[in-house]
Design a binder for this molecule. Sequence first.
Ligand SMILES: [Zn+2]
Length: 214
Amino acid sequence: MQTVENSLIKEQLTETIKFFSKKGWSPATSTNYSHRCSNNPENLIISRSGVDKSQFKASDFIQINLAGEILSSDSPEFKSSAETEIHTYLYQKFPGIKCVLHTHSVLGTVLSQKFVSEKQIVFQNYEIIKGIEGNHTHDTNLYLPIVKNSQNMKDINFELEHHFQRLGEFSGFLIAGHGLYAWGKDLFSAKRHIETFEFLLECESIKGNLAWRS
Ligand SMILES: [Zn+2]
């Protein structure tokens, strides 16, 4: 059911999708975005598959349930992303998550390949670490887990589950050679997490280049 609150969420999420697109984080119709519905937390709105994100509109969201079944859409042609199962897994595992965002930046793609054998990137001594919920100092280790890429989302969720067992709850992860997922208790928090991780990836990339040149 369409509500005023759901309409507002769609508008705000559309703004974020376009902002990420301008950053170059969603080339060639890639990436996907979702939010719990305001009137029923068991349902989600999620970006439909195959849309140029620079042209994304509020009508490009479809409504699904946690089983991934489409409940409503503006066209019978609209399809949910192949990666929907990652979104539904996260929402089912953590009731406090309200928004899940995904980017395909160059740095997320390349650095996740570079560090895949270590299964994580560890960020240290960056002030912006405080951008991730629960961190109040730069003087800590921030872990960004990495899972292998797969066209079978069950493989990705299986590896992700191991990271949750090892680290407890965290706010984002990388898929190797693919991109970044981050989430939060609302859109504002999820967007801040994406921006924080993308900023940190850029810092690590520049540091790696400096070391290589010296
Ligand atoms: Zn993707």
